[in-house]
Ligand binder design. Structure first.
Ligand SMILES: Nc1ncnc2c1ncn2[C@@H]1O[C@H](COP(=O)(O)OP(=O)(O)OP(=O)(O)O)[C@@H](O)[C@H]1O
Ligand SMILES: [Mg+2]
Length: 505
């Protein structure tokens, strides 16, 4: 029979749907046709595969070759199907045996020499292959990603002829990918011990870490805003294995390297303010994840927030609430995960010194107003905690070490203990629970409710702000030994972090 089928996987967002490569050889005019919605790079596989097969000292069939990539409606891009197509052609011509093809998936682009080149999105493909119990052959340059999933039998290949030799029974030609002993990562990066003073900001950072809330730091230049933000990942609990795999899958799809030694550490992405909307949220003709998806399960830090273009900030509104981003492309829509924690930093005015005791502010009220209005009300409404980061007195900076300064490891322990309460209740940090779960888990006595309602009324807060403030209060109670009922102190502290947002209206 001159029909052969090999298996591969496409890339669609962070999913890796299966693609069956059917190859049929028939009489008629010699020539090769690839059908099944291939994009330009896949159509070019025809030439790459022909030369690679000849370089590997096999014979390219002198017949009519039809290659069908199924399912047909799935758009297919890149050179990732080259290996599967080449093996299909060789199997259809009986140059390699077909027995092993049924339970094996192949990924890899071919060079004209027959060498295998790396492809993006290997990790998502391996996750799907694991669910199917199949083995996978990947190019050597992708072997790192295989180390993360030891349950899959992944074989690492250098060339097309090695893969063919292996299919013919020379087991030693394709080595299994090395596996990694997965350790939890205790290296926290920059340490909070370096930050002097800023007790209120440290407290807000800790609350943010426990609940996964969004945070805005505002203050004059050189007071430690950037320092504090960079230290957030160090006090966050490490990612669970499944979270880490999700985050690595985004990196893999973006074609970026996974840092194997710190793969459980939460990502910290700090795009520059000149970044375009596409770089930030993702997109493009072959949709790629943006910074917000690369920050999935970690922190997205926008330093000098008002310098970002208004449009860029507005596109953040949807993912800030939904934890994912929908990218529309010609006829299809792709959803990328984007469950990140937002941290912004800004000066209070263009010159930076409004409200500072050290220097006089030179801005007119109009300039200040214009500067702050670059951050729209709807965006501010989504930010749970706003804190001021004032100048630190010189006396405090020059002391060797403040008496109350804690290191990141100590704070992280407290954060993990407090987050445990939320995980026990709802299985998720407080920022991610639904409104219904929130109502269930935030017991307010009649006196507290009345007080809270009155305070909200006075501050003129939106319904969204109501729920968001309640979530922060829930987190504050979790830090207070997981108190089941919220008291007035919890609520008052949560409300206090809302105040700044009013400045900008
Ligand atoms: N609270 C602090 N404790 C210790 N060092 C500090 C503190 N604040 C500032 N510094 C020192 O000043 C430097 C600049 O701090 P950082 O970059 O965090 O300021 P910033 O608030 O982000 O300023 P800008 O508004 O200009 O971005 C730090 O590298 C550190 O050396
Ligand atoms: Mg800064």
């Amino acid at each position: 029979m001159s029909l052969a089928v090999t298996l591969s996987r496409a890339q669609e967002g962070v999913a890796a749907p299966q693609v069956m490569v059917e190859v049929h050889l028939s009489g008629g005019l010699p020539g090769t046709h690839i059908v099944g919605l291939p994009e330009a790079a896949v159509r070019e596989a025809r030439d790459r595969v022909r030369v690679a097969i000849q370089s590997a000292a096999f014979e390219y069939p002198n017949r009519r070759v039809t290659v069908n990539l199924a399912p047909a409606e799935l758009p297919k891009d890149g050179g990732r199907f080259d290996l599967a197509i080449a093996l299909g052609i060789l199997a259809a011509g009986n140059q390699v045996p077909r027995e092993k093809l049924d339970d094996c998936e192949f990924l890899g682009e071919l060079a004209l020499s027959g060498q295998l080149r790396p492809v993006s999105g290997v990790l998502p493909a391996l996750l799907r292959a694991r669910a199917r119990g199949r083995r996978v052959v990947v190019p050597r340059a992708n072997a790192d990603e295989a180390a993360l999933i030891p349950e899959v039998d992944v074989r690492v290949a250098d060339t097309l002829s090695d893969v063919c030799g292996w299919l013919r029974g020379s087991q030693e030609l394709l080595q299994p990918a090395a596996t990694l002993t997965l350790t939890s990562d205790n290296d926290v990066g920059p340490d909070l011990i370096d930050v002097r003073g800023q007790l209120q900001a440290r407290r807000a950072l800790e609350i943010t870490a426990v609940g996964g809330h969004h945070l805005l730091l505002m203050g004059p230049p050189g007071t430690g805003k950037t320092m504090l933000a960079e230290r957030l990942p160090g006090i966050l609990p490490p990612m669970s294995e499944s979270e880490a795999l999700e985050t690595c899958a985004v990196l893999s799809v973006a074609g970026q390297n996974v840092d194997l030694t710190h793969w459980r550490r939460r990502p910290f992405r700090a795009p520059h303010h000149t970044a375009s909307a596409v770089a930030l949220v993702g997109g493009g003709s072959q949709p790629r994840p943006g910074e917000i998806s690369l920050a999935h399960n970690g922190v997205l830090f926008l330093d000098e927030l008002p310098e970002f273009s208004r449009h860029v900030l507005e596109v953040l509104r949807e993912p800030l609430e939904s934890g994912s981003i929908l990218i529309s492309r010609a006829a299809r829509q792709l959803r990328f995960p984007a469950q990140f924690q937002f941290v912004g930093a800004m000066n209070p005015c263009p010159c930076g010194y409004a409200g500072d005791t050290r220097q006089r502010c030179r801005c007119t009220p109009d300039q200040v107003q214009r500067y702050r209005s670059r951050i729209s009300g709807p965006l501010l409404d989504r930010i749970d905690l706003c804190v001021e980061v004032p100048a630190v007195p010189l006396s405090e900076l020059s002391t060797q070490r403040s008496a109350y300064a804690e290191d990141s490891a100590t704070v992280r322990k407290r954060v993990m203990r407090a987050r445990q309460h939320a995980l026990a209740r709802a299985g998720r940090p407080n920022a991610e629970i639904s409104n219904r779960e929130l109502e269930r888990d935030c017991a307010l006595g009649p006196a507290e409710r009345k007080w809270f309602d009155a305070a909200l009324e006075r501050l003129g807060l939106s319904a969204r702000a109501y729920h968001r403030t309640l979530r922060v209060a829930r987190t504050i109670a979790d830090l207070d030994n997981g108190a089941a009922a919220l008291d007035r102190q919890h609520l008052a502290e949560a409300l206090q972090y809302r105040r700044l947002s009013l400045l900008s209206d």
